[in-house]
Design a protein around this ligand. Structure first.
Ligand code: NAD
Length: 296
């Protein structure tokens, strides 16, 4: 695999493009608008600068990696030479089904079509294509260039050959890949999201404040980040979508998203990406404080 097309250049898509380009692959990065793509390139460049400062990437490696990324708003142009497509568009079933219908028609017959979905069924996505054996889940963690894990999700019809290709590719990317079966939330989010939801319920019911809840989990359980900060980092809209998939997929009310999470997403307070969630993230600084809505 040499040519990789990444669909969606948001939080995950820009990280996935960064990773593949840094590892020497030719990357076509696709999004709906040139403005979004230009923001993504700026983010990738800034994140690479951080690696240069740390000494893990040289300035010339950074420049070569950036040159390997081409941006597109035209899907057909972006996939014409793809060996692998990694879809990282918005976590929405209809958007993903429509994208995979189009990708199946536009990408070379030999291309593998992967989704970075956090929770949507790979089997269901594969079923809208004529190549379900070549459709697979490739679930990277955020931030992609830093986090070691890739969950590799086998849909009902995914072939052993496709799985082995993707497991090998993950090794080439210097990641640790874990094979899992296609059930709602796979492994990572089936375990993580109920914990985040419970943290939000704990806040909602007034058991403790934002920083108290996060401190308990950081110092008590040795988590590097508290669950409310992590929810902000993932995106509260993404957390809500995943919990809704778990609730619907298992038909179990224990996954019902906390009303506070629904309200915050409806109000547009989605965490880091919108500048405010449980915490406030002032632009241009790494400092953040508990949102005044939750301070005592
Ligand atoms: P995001 O909202 O930051 O970015 C999504 C991008 O997709 C946006 O730039 C949007 O313009 C673009 N997009 C939407 N429809 C498109 C289309 N038809 N064609 C091209 N681009 C399109 O979302 P994100 O957090 O990067 O999540 C992307 C995917 O990765 C989701 O499936 C999500 O579940 C998954 N994921 C997210 C995280 C996380 O921590 N945020 C972690 C692992 C997996």
């Amino acid at each position: 695999m040499k040519n990789i097309t990444v669909i969606g250049s948001g939080t995950m898509g820009n990280g996935i493009a960064h990773l593949f380009a840094q590892q020497g692959f030719a990357v076509s990065l696709v999004d709906l608008s040139p403005e979004q793509l230009s923001m993504a390139l700026t983010t990738i460049s800034k994140n690479m600068d951080r690696q240069v400062t740390k000494g893990t990437l040289s300035e010339s490696q950074k420049m070569s990696a950036l040159q390997r990324i081409q941006t597109h708003t035209d899907l057909a142009m972006a996939v014409v030479q793809a060996d692998l497509v990694v879809e990282a568009a918005t976590e929405n079933l209809e958007i993903k089904l429509e994208l995979f219908r189009q990708l199946d028609q536009l990408a070379p017959a030999t291309a593998v079509l992967a989704s970075n979905t956090s929770s949507i069924s790979i089997t269901q996505i594969a079923a809208v294509t004529k190549r379900p054996a070549q459709v697979i889940g490739m679930h990277f963690m955020n931030p992609v260039p830093v986090m070691k894990l890739v969950e590799v999700i086998q849909g009902y019809a995914t072939s052993a050959e496709t799985t082995s290709q993707i497991m090998q590719l993950a090794l080439q990317l210097d990641k640790v890949a874990v094979e899992v079966q296609d059930y709602p939330g796979f492994v990572a989010n089936r375990i993580l999201m109920p914990m985040i939801n419970e943290a939000i319920y704990t806040l909602y019911e007034g058991v403790a404040g934002v920083s108290e809840i996060d401190t308990v989990m950081k110092l008590g359980m040795a988590h590097p980040m508290g669950p409310l900060q992590l929810a902000d980092f993932i995106g509260l809209d993404v957390c809500l979508s995943i919990l809704s998939v778990l609730q619907e997929g298992f038909g179990n009310p224990k996954y019902a998203p906390c009303p506070l999470l629904r309200t915050m997403v409806a109000a547009g307070f989605k965490g880091v990406k919108t500048g405010e969630g449980f915490y406030c993230y002032p632009a241009g600084t790494k400092d953040f404080t508990v949102s005044s809505r939750f301070s005592k």
